[in-house]
Design a protein around this ligand. Structure first.
Ligand code: ADP
Length: 445
């Protein structure tokens, strides 16, 4: 049994994981950089250990410091949250080699899915539809041209090791293709330490739809439906909702079942998300995330389940606490990512929180580590809060979300709340009629 969990993360997700631990009677250990000594995740934990200076490479990415913290605090498991070391297969290996349970998938699954080329080949073999494109890495312009001729322009060149919406380049003509290939490859080498890139068809107006998966070590796999994450800026998600306004129940069951069967074949464990682009009724795999996602609460709200609790149960060897037949989707949920940044220029705006008031009431959830008097440090991601709202249907959800956004007070810094308020009155958004490029068109980017 897991009795003490070290959370190798910070901010809202560290608090989120601690909440699940506390409900389960599990002790928690926070780790923090010197910049985070007064952070909420440190205050809420039973114990805390300083793991280094502010820079992430010296603290939240410092594997040996985190393992030492686990050793001195006698933690028997580590939850990595998202970002930082959550998809680092070497870290998962090291944790297990030290006799500590990694609350997540096996290092091998993280490794396979961490390289987008092997991931694509692996899921394709397991029966998942993929975006048409090259079979593996492409470095030769002649080969790139042959692929582009076969699948048709425009194409997108993507880094095998890419992530966070970076390392992608679109080519609309054969002339652009050659340059895009060499630029993408050298950028990928500089950013991700590997210049391997591949070519796939660039879809013009797709939605981003992802399937949430949960699997235990007894061969049970369930899917928890989809999330629609098409509202993006620079390939990064801004707002997510479930269910997708674009799918009906039979489409949901069909793609959910395909994902479930593939995951079962792969012998995967813990939470995972299979991301698809969806266009003209077809689903095309883009990548799999082998961790808890930022947007997991929308799924929790419509399923009434605690994904972190299930992750901890699975890591302790217990079977999932429910079967696919017992999964019930109820109502509609939307998450607004609230960042400390200017709502129009998107310039980061870290600073000291003055007055702070969170919305509440029926169907409203705020996942955040903010408090009045807290200073948001400039070193980390600008996500400061997630406002998640549930309603009996999409319309009620939108009414409630407008109300909740109007209540939220975060003084002392610019936030993206005004951007979300603007979205709530856009007819296309209200009608659920948007693709992955819609937000950038709206913002004139
Ligand atoms: P990352 O790991 O960086 O998040 P993904 O492969 O998940 O990269 O892609 C992120 C986003 O990039 C997608 O949600 C979509 O907006 C865009 N994208 C990726 N592949 C394609 C494609 N083949 N056609 C059009 N857009 C794409």
């Amino acid at each position: 049994m897991i009795e003490k969990v070290l959370i190798a993360n910070r901010g809202e997700i560290a608090v989120r994981v601690m909440r699940a631990c506390r409900e389960m009677g599990i002790e928690t250990v926070a780790v923090h950089s010197t910049a985070d000594a007064n952070a909420m995740h440190v205050r809420l934990a039973d114990e805390s250990v300083c793991i280094g200076p502010p820079a992430v490479k010296d603290s939240y990415l410092n594997m040996s410091a985190i393992l030492s913290a686990a050793a001195i605090s006698n933690a028997d498991a580590i939850h990595p949250g998202y970002g930082f070391l959550s998809e680092n297969a070497d870290f998962a290996d090291m944790v297990e080699e030290h006799g500590i349970t990694f609350i997540g998938p096996t290092a091998d699954h993280i490794r396979v899915m961490g390289d987008k080329i092997t991931a694509k080949a692996t899921v394709k073999a397991a029966g998942i539809p993929v975006v048409p494109g090259s079979d593996g890495a492409v470095s030769d312009p002649v080969e790139a041209r042959r692929v582009a001729e076969e699948i048709g322009l425009p194409v997108i060149i993507k880094a095998a090791a890419g992530g966070g919406g970076r390392g992608m380049r679109v080519a609309t003509t054969m002339e652009e293709l050659e340059e895009a290939l060499s630029v993408a490859s050298s950028e990928a080498a500089a950013m991700f330490g590997s210049g391997a890139v591949y070519v796939e068809k660039f879809l013009g107006k797709p939605r981003h739809i992802e399937i949430q998966i949960l699997a235990d070590t007894h061969g049970n796999v369930v899917h928890l439906g989809e999330r629609d994450c098409s509202l993006q800026r620079r390939h990064q998600k801004v707002l997510e909702e479930a269910p997708s306004p674009a799918l009906n129940a039979s489409q949901r069951n069909e793609i959910g079942e395909i994902a479930r069967a593939a995951i079962q074949k792969l012998g995967y464990r813990s939470t995972g998300t299979i991301e698809f682009l969806y266009e003209d009724g077809g689903f095309y795999f883009i990548e799999m995330n082998t961790r808890l996602q930022v947007e997991h609460p929308v799924t929790e709200m419509i399923c009434g389940l605690d994904l972190v609790r299930e992750m901890i149960r699975v890591a302790s060897g217990s079977p999932l606490s429910f079967t696919q037949d017992e999964v019930r989707f109820s109502g509609h949920a939307i998450e607004c990512r609230i960042n400390a940044e200017h709502p129009e220029t998107f310039m980061p705006s870290p600073g000291k929180v003055g007055d702070y008031y969170t919305p509440g009431g029926l169907g409203v959830r705020v996942d955040s580590a903010l408090y009045s008097g807290y200073t948001v440090p400039p070193y980390y991601d600008s996500l400061i809060a997630k406002l998640i709202v549930h309603g009996a249907n999409r319309n009620e959800c939108l009414m409630r979300l407008r109300r909740a956004l109007s209540e939220y007070v975060i003084d002392g810094m610019d936030t993206s709340i005004p951007l979300h308020q603007r979205l709530m009155s856009e007819p296309d958004f209200v009608n659920g009629d948007y693709d992955i490029h819609w937000l950038e068109r709206l913002l004139g980017l």
